[in-house]
Design a protein around this ligand. Structure first.
Ligand code: GDP
Ligand code: GDP
Length: 439
């Protein structure tokens, strides 16, 4: 199912990241704190009236050339216009309209993508009046908000979610729908195009001169030893004038879309450089969206190795992605075509594991004795009992534990139950959801 992605654009200091945090606030609170996520949050998910969308903060991709800032922001806005499904254009009421605002507005007025003009820092009534000045930029309506207090953001969210199509309008044909959808994701230059080329041959030109010439990630039917799948490719933007931040922004927004569409993601890491917070961010995005994952350490040909190198890499990676470490890690070389088919086969295995339904009887026979041995710790004198377990018919493994005190079961015990599920059944590479219900 394709997602809906909104990019927040604007010049520095208007309050983009404050607005971003406001929009994703509630969601983030219930998400497990994966290391690296909180440190530099650049994208997240927002929920409003039952509709979910991705939010991406372009301010996280700060141009490094200070004197080039207008040009760099203009490029970001252009990429956002081509790649996002909606744009929040943020201005600052306390400074009024600036030159950069005018430049951005000129670009965005030509946008076919919906644009919502957000006038931020409207903290009190007088500023409501000042905000009227922003109608001059040519957008109607405008949304006066205070990102700090949250006032006005409800109206803004109402307007945004109106543009999100209902899930039922899915027109993908049935054969495509039932094939495993495997995405190749990762930061710029990890070797995504090289891997795709190694898998499907050089027949296809993945190097596109113009960014955004294709709006969606490219889909390729692929057959591997009688098994078919759809490869979703996120490679793109190859422009000499694109700087590092623009490439990262572009790669990120592509990755978000690909993850939404995929069942399983092959996340590429670069063996020649240390794992970064960005790598961890993509990983946690995949997990939050409940998609399967295989980690591929690419460029394995390019580093000095002894007998311990692979193990050290594995340990380092697992420590960065904790607590969800039950993930396949494969060392590949896209250039030398080493283990690339194994990588894809592993992704297909993860796909199968993600779709498995464990019979209720088997779940209860296996887990209830374990739970009896190690019951949840009692809280405020309440003896907590888990009586019954069942797997829900969800798109990925979701387990319901019936208990007398669903609200009293704490995270460590939940983690214990997840570990038991992983120990007794086979879920490597697959995120699990666990819920407790009153019985
Ligand atoms: P960004 O560079 O566009 O991401 O801007 P930030 O979110 O970092 O905000 C820049 C400054 O504006 C910070 O000092 C924020 O506290 C402040 N700010 C953000 N939103 C508001 C708001 O609604 N009202 C006021 N008064 N200040 C705000
Ligand atoms: P993308 O931006 O993720 O699509 O990365 P590319 O596929 O364009 O690769 C970026 C650079 O890494 C190119 O110079 C590739 O030749 C190089 N590269 C990709 N895979 C490998 C590999 O397995 N080994 C080595 N040594 N270099 C690689």
């Amino acid at each position: 199912m394709a997602g809906f992605t909104v990019a927040i654009v604007g010049r520095p200091n208007v309050g983009k990241s404050t607005l971003f945090n406001r929009l994703i606030a509630e969601r983030q609170a219930i998400v497990a704190d994966v290391s690296g996520v909180t440190r530099d949050r650049i994208y997240g998910t927002s929920d409003w009236n039952g509709k979910t969308f991705n939010v991406i903060d372009t301010g996280g991709f700060v141009p490094d050339a200070h004197d080039e800032i207008t040009r760099a922001i203009a490029r970001q806005v252009e990429i956002a216009m081509q790649e996002a499904d909606g744009i929040l254009f943020v201005c600052d009421v306390t400074t009024g309209i600036t030159d950069i605002d005018d430049v951005i507005a000129d670009i965005l007025r030509k946008s076919k993508t919906p644009v919502w003009l957000v006038v931020n820092k409207v903290d009190h009534y007088e500023r409501q009046l000042d905000a009227q000045e922003f109608y001059r930029l040519g957008f109607d309506p405008i949304f006066p908000v205070s990102a700090i207090s949250g006032s006005g953001t409800g109206e803004l969210l109402d307007a945004v979610v109106q543009h999100i199509p209902s899930e039922s309008t899915d027109t993908t044909d049935e054969t495509e729908e039932t094939l495993p959808r495997i995405a190749i994701v990762g930061q710029p230059n990890v070797g995504k195009s090289s891997l795709l080329n190694a898998l499907i041959g050089e027949g296809r030109n993945v190097v596109s001169d113009m960014p955004g010439t294709t709006r969606d990630a490219i889909h390729t039917h692929y057959n591997l030893f009688q098994k078919s799948c759809i490869l979703i490719d996120t490679a793109g933007l190859r422009r000499k004038d694109a700087n590092k931040d623009q490439l990262e922004f572009y790669a990120t927004i592509r990755a978000i879309k690909a993850v939404d569409e995929a069942d399983v993601c092959m996340l590429l890491l670069d063996a020649t450089r240390p794992m970064t917070a960005q790598d961890v961010n993509i990983f946690s995005l995949i997990i939050r969206k409940g998609k399967g994952v295989v980690l591929l350490v690419n460029k394995w040909d390019a580093i000095e190795k002894d007998t311990h190198t692979a193990r050290r890499f594995e340990e380092e990676i697992r420590s960065r992605i904790a607590p969800f470490t039950d993930v396949p890690i494969i060392f590949i070389s896209a250039i030398e075509k080493t283990r690339i088919y194994k990588a894809l086969e592993t992704a297909l295995d993860v796909y199968a594991r993600r779709r498995q339904k464990i019979p209720t009887s088997q779940l209860n026979e296996t887990l209830l004795p374990v739970i009896e041995q190690t019951p949840p710790p009692s809280v405020r004198g309440h003896l907590i009992r888990i009586k019954y377990i069942t797997q829900l018919p969800a798109s990925y493994p979701t387990f319901l534990f019936f208990t007398n005190y669903p609200d009293e079961i704490r995270q460590p015990y939940k983690q214990f139950l997840e570990n038991q599920l992983r120990k007794h059944f086979s879920f490597t590479g697959v995120p699990l959801r666990i819920y407790f219900r009153k019985k």
